[in-house]
Design a binder for this molecule. Structure first.
Ligand code: FMN
Length: 106
């Protein structure tokens, strides 16, 4: 049975969105199901329904942008409070940057 890969991203100018769409294409081409959401639209149910999650953010000041940070901070709090977990799921992240060096450790 195909796995479901959730791709969640924030993009202001479109570069990170382009990456998200390319990743989605790769996931589909490999025969898995893909759900693609912005952080603004992503719900707890989306996270819990996925077998794997890829988080995408532009690099802002050598870090993730505040929109994904806010989502993660609030979502983690919610997860703790409700006893939810993503244990056992594959998770990854991707970023787009304006420079060559920055973002490698985001
Ligand atoms: C507020 C702000 C801070 C940024 N900080 C960095 C940075 O620290 N390092 C870097 O390489 N690029 C930085 N950039 C450039 C963005 O990471 C880059 O343009 C990114 O591709 C934008 O993604 P988007 O098109 O999905 O919005 C910054 C851009 C903005 C608007």
């Amino acid at each position: 049975m195909a796995s479901t890969v959730l791709i969640v991203y924030y993009s202001k100018k479109g570069a990170t969105e382009k990456m998200a769409l390319e990743i989605a294409k790769g996931v589909k081409d490999s025969g898995e199901n893909v759900v693609i959401k912005t952080f603004a639209d992503c719900t707890v149910t989306d996270l819990l329904s996925a077998d794997a999650v890829a988080f995408g953010s532009p690099t802002y000041y050598s870090n993730i942008a505040w929109q994904p940070k806010k989502f993660l901070d609030e979502m983690i709090f919610d997860f703790y409070a409700r006893g939810y977990s993503l244990k056992g799921r594959l998770c990854g992240c991707f970023t787009s940057t304006g420079g060559y060096d920055d973002g490698r450790d985001v």
